[in-house]
Ligand binder design. Structure first.
Ligand SMILES: [Zn+2]
Length: 452
């Protein structure tokens, strides 16, 4: 039922946005409204049908364009197909604004005939307060690896990494269980097998609208197989650049904080992204190590984020104190397998997270982890992990061997004494060289004992 209604609504909008122009029909100014509840509408493409096939070379920004309420031309993309011209905004229309589509003179048919011009009509984008919907960020338990599914508030899906090849089936069934049929964006942070292996199953099971790669070449069969599949399926492919914005949802700000296709290590080629929904943010760092963290720190002043996916599975090669202090996450996700041979997560990282008061969530301990947020409130589906207290190398501080006479420091005693009378209150037999309270001036006979 819901689906039928949605379909009807889509058809209705398609109807509203199709305009026919014939040479005989005079087109008066028209007023068309469309609902902006669905983000797709903010990108609506207009279809203008002329009376005969259009000579593409005669169509340009000067004779087909859209102006906003202030009379400014909106940056648009257009294309010509037979008797149709399609036009859409490069970025979103803004709710509450009125736009006017102009069709000026100079558009000709294939036979050189002038086609209808001087047509304009306006349309407004309703200022419907879009209902605040939730964004879900799932950290999928893929054992030793990373795979993160982002379900944007407007319903689009983005997958960051796909775990190892062996976890491909798990990732596919997880995505299906979350109602995913299309992935609007897939990011392969870097070409290591524990990040891209599972993407092969993903590419074989879902329609992918855009693939964003680090561009870092890796001479492995897995990487080659992945590229081959992207090519076979004609998936739009893009290499990330630092500073890129990822267009996933009008309510989200998604920025690439780091990309480096010529990095010397695959880890340091990691695409680092920061997602911002209202006041709640996520920093996803792939396997980026210290040098990348310091690059990000020097390039971006404020990288404070609500949640951090710690770099490189909680390895000490990443998550420096400086970085953790700057991110100050309320929650940190560590994605790794129990008992992995690398010893991830390293205790130093766990300790550093503790010093900034970050809660820790572990895929190895808790399995899949989902964070839900409406841009203000946020909650995690599992309880934080309390790391076991590291058995210190000397578990029981051994009772100090009786210090040598004359070297014992009395608790609460001052370290400097004016004279021997004062010292003897604490040290009736005086102190020896090496004692913090020993001073030559109290050792009149110079025998290494003061005030004896
Ligand atoms: Zn990794």
């Amino acid at each position: 039922m819901k689906n039928t209604m949605k379909k009807a609504a889509i058809l209705f909008f398609a109807f509203l946005l199709t305009v026919s122009i014939t040479s005989t029909q005079a087109l008066a100014a028209e007023w068309v409204e469309f609902d902006s509840k669905n983000t797709d509408e903010l990108q609506k493409e207009w279809e203008i049908t002329f009376s005969s096939a259009v000579d593409e070379s005669t169509v340009n920004m000067e004779n087909v364009y859209v102006k906003d309420s202030t009379g400014e031309k909106v940056s648009t993309d257009y294309r010509v197909e037979g008797d149709k011209v399609f036009i859409k905004p490069v970025s979103n229309y803004i709710p509450g604004q009125t736009y006017t589509l102009f069709i000026g003179p100079g558009i000709k048919s294939g036979k050189g005939q002038d086609l209808k011009s001087d047509v304009r009509f306006s349309f407004s984008v309703n200022q419907v307060e879009r209902p605040k919907s939730d964004m879900l960020v799932h950290f999928i338990d893929v054992g030793q690896g990373d795979s993160i599914l982002i379900q944007a508030p407007g319903g689009k899906n983005m997958l960051v990494d796909g775990g190892t090849k062996a976890s491909g089936t798990k990732v596919v069934s997880f995505l299906k269980s979350k109602g995913v049929s299309t992935l609007d964006v897939v990011i392969a942070t870097h070409p290591d097998a524990d990040h891209i292996g599972g993407l092969i199953s993903v590419l074989n099971n879902f329609k992918v609208n855009q693939f964003i790669d680090s561009g870092r070449v890796h001479t492995t069969q897995t990487y080659y197989e992945m590229l081959q599949l992207i090519d076979d399926k004609n998936i739009p492919f893009k290499v990330a650049k630092t500073g890129d914005a990822i267009d996933l949802d009008a309510l989200l700000k998604t920025t690439v904080l780091h990309a480096d296709e010529i990095a010397s290590s695959t880890n340091d080629a990691s695409i680092v992204t920061r997602l911002e929904y209202g006041s709640v943010s996520f920093l996803l760092t792939g396997d980026a190590e210290k040098s990348v963290e310091s690059k990000i720190l020097s390039q971006y002043g404020n990288i404070q984020s609500t949640y951090l996916k710690a770099g490189h599975h909680g390895s000490n090669s990443s998550s420096t104190a400086a970085f953790i202090n700057a991110v100050k996450p309320l929650g940190t996700i560590l994605s790794y397998a129990e008992g992995n041979s690398y010893g991830h997560p390293h205790s130093e990282v766990v300790a550093r997270l503790g010093t900034v008061g970050s809660k820790i969530y572990s895929t190895a301990e808790s399995g899949d982890i989902t964070i839900t947020t409406d841009g203000v409130k946020h909650s995690v589906s599992v309880a934080p992990w309390t790391p076991p207290v590291e058995p210190s190398p000397n578990p029981e501080p051994k009772p100090d061997p009786k210090p040598e006479p004359g070297l014992e420091v009395k608790p609460g005693a001052p370290s400097k004494f004016k004279n021997c009378t004062e010292m003897r209150v604490y040290y009736p037999n005086g102190v020896k060289v090496g004692h913090p309270s020993y001073e030559k001036k109290h050792d009149r006979d110079g025998d290494g004992w003061a005030c004896e």
